[in-house]
Write a protein that binds this ligand. Structure first.
Ligand code: NAD
Ligand code: UD1
Length: 349
């Protein structure tokens, strides 16, 4: 049997590059479209080194309809995993137009081209940020949505669009139906165990783990812990950190699930990808110090605007319907993040 081809948008990025490794190793042919706005081609050179296989690369913007149509004409695509997008919450507040244009409009162009090519299987990178703020800390998929910043709203809008187009197909029986999985990621961290690919943020990182690693290696002087007066185990923010390799394995499970009965008629379903366990900022620092033997210089600073006290997944639905659960523990995540950092102190440069 010939290999199924998966189109990976944003395949050169942090999560996309890890997905390419797992897809290639699982026997798929991988076609990537990326405009390298937040990644480097070196990540794909590394994917090749890890797997011994060469994904097909198209350097293009997903908003370029002609370029996308050409790719669909050239390749026999079975399904699309759609990672391409902008992802920085703070930046999204400064540049909302860019976020809606890139994320929402970009997805519309992709959907239009997929529809024309009659490729209607899609796995979409959503985020836990789509959930509304609440006093409930553990989110299940049926919890109300209500993102609070332009980045989160762009993801929520896309979710609504995808639900609407798949619902329409259940009515219009003359067309083949969309099959869509929305994956809501909690906090992906860590790196491939080879230490060859990992997260390579531009400039000063916003997220906790890359910041901790860069302090430990001496690139940054001190971590600010944003608040120690939350109603949590030690007063610092609690999040559901998930190993990036576990996360991308959830995508491969989702591709298989598209063929299951539950996706028979134009279905669009959301699944949380998280471990179900929350760790505080201080627990992250202490565990990082324990597994790496490196001290992390930090100070307690005021709360960061927009932060929740506690946020973690109820991952039961992904286990029940995708047969997926996270396997790696916090030590694995931090050891792998540190291996990537020490092997690549300047990232991919
Ligand atoms: P990333 O920035 O490392 O990867 C995104 C990739 O998409 C980059 O290679 C970038 O160059 C490319 N890209 C962006 N806009 C494009 C466009 N218009 N056309 C073609 N390529 C484009 O980000 P990531 O951390 O790998 O995240 C992947 C996806 O997962 C994003 O959609 C993000 O919103 C979502 N997500 C990420 C996290 C996280 O913590 N990393 C959490 C929740 C959801
Ligand atoms: C952030 C984004 C969220 C995105 C997620 C994963 C915001 C408000 N939310 O969430 O949309 O899906 O990243 O990419 O930006 N912390 C510090 N010091 C730091 C950095 C972080 O104490 O220098 C703390 C935070 O207060 C939080 C925890 O570490 O309690 C995790 O922060 P972060 O990695 O930014 O992730 P989220 O806040 O969960």
């Amino acid at each position: 049997m010939s290999k199924q081809t998966i189109l990976v948008t944003g395949g050169a990025g942090y999560i996309g590059s890890h997905a390419c490794v797992e897809l290639l190793q699982a026997g798929f042919k991988v076609v990537i479209v990326d405009n390298f706005s937040n990644s480097k081609v070196e990540s794909l050179v590394r994917v090749e080194k890890i797997t011994g296989q060469t994904p097909t690369l198209y350097q293009a913007d997903i908003r370029d309809k002609q370029a996308l149509s050409d790719i669909f004409a050239q390749e026999s695509i079975h399904a699309v995993i759609h990672f391409a997008g902008l992802k920085a919450v703070g930046e999204s507040r400064q540049q909302p137009f860019n976020y809606y244009h890139n994320n929402v409009y970009g997805t519309l162009v992709l959907l239009e081209v997929m529809n024309e090519a009659n490729v209607k299987r899609l796995i979409f990178s959503s985020s836990a940020t789509v959930y509304s703020e609440s006093t409930c800390n553990q989110y299940a998929e049926d919890f109300p949505l209500g993102a609070i910043n332009p980045y989160g709203r762009s993801k929520e809008m896309i979710e609504h669009i995808l639900r609407d187009i798949s619902k329409a197909d259940t009515v219009n029986k003359s067309v083949s139906p969309w099959k869509i999985v929305l994956l809501r990621y909690f906090n992906p961290i860590g790196a491939h165990e080879s230490g060859m690919i990992g997260e390579d943020p531009n400039g000063i990182p916003n997220n906790l783990l890359p910041y901790v690693s860069q302090v430990a290696i001496g690139k940054l002087e001190q971590l600010s812990v944003w608040g120690n007066d939350y109603p949590t185990i030690d007063g610092t923010g609690v999040r559901d950190y998930i190993h990036v390799v576990d996360l991308v394995k959830g995508h491969i499970k989702a591709i298989s699930a598209l063929e299951n009965q539950q996706f028979a008629a134009g279905n669009c379903k959301a699944y949380n990808l998280g471990t179900g366990t929350g760790y505080s900022v201080l627990e992250i620092i202490n565990t990082f110090e324990k597994v790496t033997g490196r001290p992390v210089n930090y100070k307690i600073a005021p709360r960061r605007a927009g932060d929740l006290a506690e946020c973690f997944a109820n991952p039961a639905l992904a286990l029940a319907e995708l047969d997926w659960s996270a396997e790696k523990n916090l030590d694995d995540m931090l050891i792998d993040a540190w291996r990537w950092q020490t092997n690549n102190p300047q990232g991919y440069q």
